[in-house]
Design a protein around this ligand. Structure first.
Ligand SMILES: Nc1ncnc2c1ncn2[C@@H]1O[C@H](COP(=O)(O)OP(=O)(O)OP(=O)(O)O)[C@@H](O)[C@H]1O
Length: 266
């Protein structure tokens, strides 16, 4: 696996020509292997930004470059060889087994319409199943799995795709604490460039190298978690009172949140 260099330049998007942008011009640069967390309140534009990165939305202005190449100059297949996405929406292919779903990850790398996996593909698929501890579920149909098990299948499919850039939209949704930690651990261990949206600010700060804080489609911070998640910035973006505290046992910093009194809410 090789990690991509991601360069986002003045990227903006609105659903219709002339309508209010849901993402205002956004720029950042991510070196190969960095993990970027996108954080912000509901409706801030996190999913919109991710959709621009995996070429679902065409930008109104600006560019997304992967290793110097504008993704809109590449074919959909060429983009799928470079970028994999794990989305919040669950797939509708409930009749497929876990192995069949993970095998779909190999599609962008296949020539022609060969339906069965070759030996090399099979090794990659097996390794993805093993990494996500799914061997025991390999022959189960998706509709018999729990939400968390399904989420792990979708991550395994993305891993099997062997992308250089991995996009994850709320990857810890549906997961219990152990599986949240496991998926985040996996994210840290993959030698890829990763962009993930996360709602839990403390988890995001512990997993990501950099954070991008969005509010109403505007970037209000980009950089190391400690700088981006200042008490003031979090309080303003989420309209809560925020305190940064030090945990007595580990000495790690931890943010706590409280509702502002009514008089302070705008
Ligand atoms: N295709 C669209 N047409 C019109 N409005 C849209 C469209 N897609 C998103 N929006 C609006 O854009 C805003 C940002 O949506 P987005 O899904 O990017 O936010 P988010 O930060 O991911 O939110 P959440 O944390 O709730 O998942 C929301 O107000 C949403 O209703």
């Amino acid at each position: 696996m090789t990690a991509a260099h991601l360069c986002v330049q003045d990227l903006s998007w609105s659903p219709r020509r002339g309508s209010t942008p849901l993402l205002h011009p956004t720029s950042f640069d991510l070196d190969p292997g960095r993990v970027l967390g996108i954080v912000g309140p509901n409706g801030a534009g996190k999913t919109t930004l991710l959709r621009l990165l995996y070429r679902f939305h065409r930008p109104v202005a600006g560019k997304v470059r992967i290793d110097g190449e504008d993704i809109w100059t590449l074919s959909a297949r060429a983009v799928a060889q470079r970028v994999a996405a794990v989305l919040q929406e669950q797939p509708s292919d409930f009749a497929l087994t876990v192995t069949e779903i993970v095998t779909l990850g190999r599609t962008p790398h296949r020539r022609g319409f060969a339906g069965t996996a070759g030996a090399q593909d099979q090794a990659i698929i097996d390794s993805a199943l093993e990494r996500l501890e799914l061997q025991g579920l390999a022959h189960r149909h998706l509709d018999t799995l729990s939400g968390g098990e399904r989420q792990r299948v979708m991550v395994a499919r993305a891993v099997a795709q062997q992308p250089r850039l991995l996009i994850l939209d709320e990857p810890t949704n549906h997961l219990d604490i152990r599986h949240q930690l496991e998926v985040l651990d996996l994210i840290r261990s993959l030698p890829l460039t990763i962009v993930t949206s996360l709602h839990d600010l403390n988890l995001a700060a512990s997993v990501c190298d950099d954070l991008l804080l969005l509010r109403e489609g505007h970037t209000v911070g980009f950089g190391p978690p400690r700088h981006v998640l200042s008490e003031e910035a979090v309080a303003q973006a989420f309209r809560v009172t925020t305190r940064r505290e030090q945990l007595s046992q580990s000495g790690a910093e931890h943010l706590t949140f409280h509702l502002k009194t009514k008089g302070h809410l705008r």
